[in-house]
Design a protein around this ligand. Structure first.
Ligand code: ADP
Ligand code: 5GP
Length: 188
């Protein structure tokens, strides 16, 4: 049986990563990994659906126990990919998406060289700012901080395998599908 593809999706907060992956998954079979985080729950997020919300201490205990495939500190909070399930799904031939930030993405590439790293870029910083404001989750100060982080992330994105500029959503979904199809063909 052919292994599934491990697909890392990174990009600035608010660029549309979740929207893009969820749209792709409406018509394609894949699994979206649920991360753990020590950040506070926001909006109408649900524990075990959007993230596994852990305290800082619980998160650190799980790091010590070797529970994470990768983890990183972003905006003063821990974020990590739980190991459980992922290997299993890949071995069953199911594609797995990790929607994670760039430090974690590069850790995945080191550990699993057959993963693919796709960076999602905004059409412009102004458009990114508007998407963050329209999403309505973050304060002005948090948005300013996210935009600062975004410029560093854009620099690291040069190490990624592919880049998609998320202008029109449908066209981004088509691009994502063609990258995945092409990578699968390469592995035939
Ligand atoms: P991320 O997961 O990268 O933080 P989201 O998927 O939550 O971003 O999207 C942030 C906001 O931008 C949401 O309000 C979403 O509806 C909107 N959005 C996503 N993709 C697009 C797009 N291609 N064009 C316009 N708005 C978009
Ligand atoms: P947010 O607070 O907006 O949900 O996420 C902040 C950043 O953390 C985003 O770039 C998101 O992709 C990233 N992130 C979410 N889960 C993980 C994870 O498991 N590992 C890493 N390294 N980053 C993650």
């Amino acid at each position: 049986m052919k292994k599934g593809l491990l697909i890392v999706i990174s990009g600035p907060s608010g660029v549309g990563k979740d929207t893009l992956v969820k749209e792709y998954m409406k018509s394609n079979n894949a699994f979206l990994s649920i991360s753990a985080t020590s950040r506070k729950i926001r909006g109408n997020e649900k524990d075990g659906i959007d993230y596994y919300f852990l305290s800082k201490e619980e998160f650190e205990k799980r790091i010590d126990e070797g529970d994470f495939l990768e983890y990183a500190i972003y905006n003063n909070c821990y974020y990590g990919t739980p190991k459980s399930e992922i290997e299993d799904l890949l071995n069953k031939g199911i594609d797995v998406f990790l929607v994670i930030e760039v430090q974690g993405g590069l850790q995945i590439k080191e550990k699993m060289s057959d993963s693919i790293l796709i960076f999602i870029k905004p059409p412009s910083i102004e458009i990114l700012e508007n998407r963050l404001k329209n999403r309505g989750f973050d304060s002005e100060e948090m948005i300013a901080n996210r935009l600062k982080i975004a410029t560093v992330e854009l620099e690291i994105s040069k190490k990624y395998d592919y880049c998609i500029i998320n202008d029109d959503l449908n066209s981004s979904v088509r691009k994502l599908k063609s990258i995945i199809d092409m990578e699968k063909e390469k592995r035939n």
